[in-house]
Each structure stands twice: as structure tokens, then as C-alpha cells.
Design a protein around this ligand. Structure first.
Ligand code: ADP
Length: 427
């Protein structure tokens, strides 16, 4: 089998979200963590998602990692490239969505790409270039208070233009509603006007399918996991994608834990709910700048509590508390301290026999999975939209669910472990 779709995701939860969509649409998909080494074995898959932790890095670093991933994917024969970012368009005026998209276009020798973060199942829709989260514009959602990428402008044409050198355009709702032919004509018009990237409106999955179909011959597609919905069908129609059996993940026994470094509204609710059901410990970034003592203490705390029920360790906090920590430590340092601590705690927990791990937060997941030295993930059952269980590739598989901050129902953590147990019982 040869690789059809090569994907580059700017965070780890985004990567498993995208792999989940592609898997459910019939593409055998593997996630590789970090820029693949030149000599890395190419997994037998229809799609490979390279998971980067590049969303909040300096622009030059994000571009370099993305281009190195692209070069590897091209060497493996990928026919089309997908750049995946968050459905809430997480970025700053410096980047990294615009600069990475433009660098990929240039490296591919392509002139134009679409940008569509819509994910209607998770209530992210784009209308006239404005991104809505549920009933409110992005800038009125909890994303305005994100610790690293606060989103205060809902107009994505403006947001992307500020990050980009080339001209940004819009393919609006009326066109998308008419289907893939109309979208292709609009792409032709915009290209003639010198537009490099166009935000594309989408409110329903039907819109996403039309956009996917319209992009069947695009060298580069960019967006959330939503627009990947329509891509497998393109390969199927071209006779390139064979039907095959769904992947079953190995049974993973061991203790269970939740690590939450996300401060997003959904995670705050999920942590609140989980605290009523299991032992919990809160980390305060202000206590973390002074050596490994807090990590040691957290692991001692966990050692005496690991048993049949999961344990919960979180740094999740309300915006006012985060702000206080950021004033004292600086925004980046506060984030880095928590991420480093979560990574070390994960290593300690795995040594103590935790083999089922739910991680909340994109950056947090990146830190945890990197600290655990995991190279790749296979995709299993979906817990809630956009969040599947995965199994690490290699010996002694770990079961991992990497949850994007704002994804999942309020009972997500419990539901995740129940889902794993049901899968085990069925074996
Ligand atoms: P999400 O998926 O919700 O965006 P992320 O893990 O990507 O979550 O981002 C959350 C960021 O906030 C991480 O860098 C994390 O280390 C940082 N963080 C977590 N808890 C706190 C806190 N209490 N104070 C300041 N920053 C925090």
C-alpha cells in the first residue's frame, strides 16, 4: 500500500483528532510524534499524521519543523498534504498558522490553499469569515482567555492576514452552499486575483464534504479535522483507497490516571466533575519553579492512591488565578513549568504501573507524550467527538487519550475509562 495523505498537525491532540476523522472515514491512519527521523520506518497506512508541538513556538521553529515533516512525507510518497490546526484557530498575530501555511505552499511550489477550521459536530462554524464557538463569536468564547493564544478577533480573514505575507481571501457561505463546482470556480477567481489563502465558510458537515471534494487535486489543504471528512472519498473515487478492516487496539491493563494542564472551559467543568469521583491533586505553577520537590510529592501522593480508580492531577485553574501566576512568572514560563512537571509526573506514573492515561490540553499532551518517549500512536474507539483512545506503538503499549482543551462532555474522564473497560469486556 502506498501513502495517500500526509498530514502535519500543530499539536498532539489535533493530530489524534484528525487521525480519528480519517480512520472513521475508512483510511488506515497512524500518528507519528515529532518530526520523523530520516531513517524512521514508514508505517503501513493510507494516511500519516505527523504530530508536532509547534503551535506556540517561535515562528521560525514552527516553520522549520513543518518543512522537515513535509520533506519526510514527500519522500514517503504522500500525494496530498494537509496542515491541521485547531478548530478555534489558536494562534497569535505573529503566527503560526499563516507563516506555516505560506512556507508549505512555497516548498510544494503551490499557489493557493484553503483554510477552514470549522467542526460543526463540536459547534465550531464559520460564517462570512467569522468563527463561532457554539452560539457566540470566537472572541466572546472562553478562547479570549486562553493562557497562550488568547483569541480576541473572530474575523479569520483579518486574523490570518495579520500573520501572512500573501493576500487572504474568503469563499463565503452562498458559494459553499452551491457545492464543490461553485467552490472550485471561486478558487479559480481568487487565484487569478492573487489570493494565496482563502478562509472558507462552513456551517454543516455537508459544506465540509463539498470543500473536501473541491480540493481533490489541491497539493495543500489547511484546516481543522472537519474538512478532512471529505478527503477519503476523493481517494476512493480515484480508485486509490481500498476497504479494509478497522484496527483493533491491544488490551492494556494497569492503573489509570488523568493529567489535566488545560485551563479551557470544558476541561474546567470536566475536572470539577471528576473531583467528585476520584482522588485529586492540584498543581500550582508558582510552586514549581524551585526544583523537583513538587513533582516528587505528587508522585508520593499518587503512589498511595493508585488502585482500581483513576487518580487526577491537574493544574487547571480559573482565568483570574492563571493571570496571577502569569504576572508572577511570565506567561511562557508559567506554561513551561506546568508542562515540564506534567511530563515528569507522567514518567513517574508509568513507572508505577499507570498504563491508561488521559491527558487534557494540546500543549500538555505534547509535553507528556514527548517525556514518555512515545514515537507513534494507533487509533481506536472514539470517546467523544474528536477524541479517540489510542495505543502507543512499540513494546508494552500504553492506552492514551489526548483531549483538546475544549472538547468532550462534562463526564469525559469517567466516560473514557468506561469505554476502555467495555472494549476489554468485548474481547
Ligand atoms: P488547551 O488544549 O486547553 O489549549 P494546552 O495544554 O494546550 O490546553 O494549554 C494550556 C497551557 O496553559 C499549557 O502551556 C499549560 O502548561 C498552561 N497552564 C496550565 N495550568 C496553568 C496555570 N494554573 N497557570 C498558568 N498556566 C497554566
Amino acid at each position: 500500500m502506498s501513502l495517500l495523505l500526509g498530514c502535519i498537525a500543530d499539536d498532539f491532540t489535533g493530530a489524534t483528532d484528525l487521525a480519528n476523522t480519517l480512520t472513521r472515514q475508512g483510511m488506515a491512519t497512524v500518528v507519528l510524534l515529532g518530526v520523523p527521523r530520516a531513517e524512521a520506518a514508514v508505517p503501513d497506512a493510507d494516511a500519516i499524521v505527523v504530530a508536532l508541538k509547534s503551535r506556540s513556538n517561535p515562528v521560525a521553529e514552527a516553520v522549520e519543523m513543518s518543512l522537515a515533516s513535509l520533506a519526510w512525507l514527500q519522500r514517503t510518497g504522500a500525494r496530498q498534504i494537509f496542515f491541521k490546526y485547531c478548530s478555534t484557530f489558536d494562534s497569535t498575530d505573529a503566527g503560526n498558522i499563516g507563516p506555516v501555511a505560506e512556507a508549505l505552499l512555497e516548498a510544494l511550489g503551490a499557489e493557493f490553499t484553503v483554510a477552514c477550521p470549522a467542526f460543526p459536530t463540536n459547534h465550531r462554524t464559520v460564517y462570512r469569515g467569522y468563527l463561532f464557538v457554539g452560539d457566540v463569536p470566537l472572541s466572546e468564547s472562553s478562547m479570549r482567555e486562553h493562557p497562550l493564544t488568547p483569541m480576541t478577533d473572530s474575523n479569520l480573514v483579518r486574523v490570518l492576514q495579520r500573520q501572512s505575507k500573501g493576500k487572504i481571501g474568503l469563499i463565503a457561505f452562498e458559494t459553499v452552499e452551491q457545492g464543490s463546482g461553485a467552490i472550485r470556480s471561486a478558487i479559480g477567481r481568487l487565484r487569478a486575483e492573487g489570493v494565496r489563502v482563502a478562509i472558507v465558510d462552513a456551517i454543516t458537515d455537508a459544506h465540509l464534504l463539498s470543500i473536501g471534494a473541491a480540493c481533490h487535486d489541491s497539493m495543500l489543504i489547511t484546516g481543522g479535522s472537519g474538512i478532512a471528512l471529505g478527503l477519503p472519498e476523493n481517494f476512493r473515487r480515484a480508485g486509490l483507497l481500498e476497504a479494509r478492516e478497522a484496527d483493533t487496539l491491544p488490551a492494556v491493563n494497569g492503573h489509570a490516571a488523568v493529567l489535566a494542564g488545560s485551563c479551557s472551559a470544558a476541561t474546567r467543568r470536566q475536572v470539577g466533575r471528576m473531583k467528585q469521583r476520584c482522588p485529586w491533586l492540584q498543581l500550582d505553577p508558582r510552586s514549581l519553579h524551585d526544583g523537583d520537590q513538587p513533582v516528587k510529592k505528587a508522585l508520593e501522593w499518587a503512589a498511595s492512591r493508585l488502585g482500581a480508580d483513576p487518580v487526577l492531577i491537574y493544574s487547571t485553574a480559573e482565568p483570574a488565578v492563571i493571570e496571577q501566576a502569569q504576572v508572577e512568572l511570565g506567561r511562557e514560563r508559567a506554561g513551561q513549568l506546568v508542562e515540564a512537571a506534567m511530563g515528569k509526573i507522567a514518567q513517574g506514573l508509568v513507572r508505577m504501573g499507570v498504563h491508561r492515561l488521559v491527558v487534557a490540553g494540546g500543549e500538555t499532551s505534547g509535553a507528556v507524550v514527548t517525556a514518555l518517549g512515545i514515537e507513534g500512536l494507533r487509533v481506536g474507539a472514539e470517546i467523544d467527538p474528536g477524541v479517540p483512545w489510542t495505543a502507543s506503538i512499540g513494546e508494552a503499549a500504553l492506552a492514551l487519550a489526548l483531549k483538546s482543551g475544549n472538547f468532550g462532555a462534562d463526564d469525559f474522564f469517567l466516560k473514557a475509562f468506561e469505554k476502555l473497560e467495555t472494549a476489554d469486556e468485548r474481547r
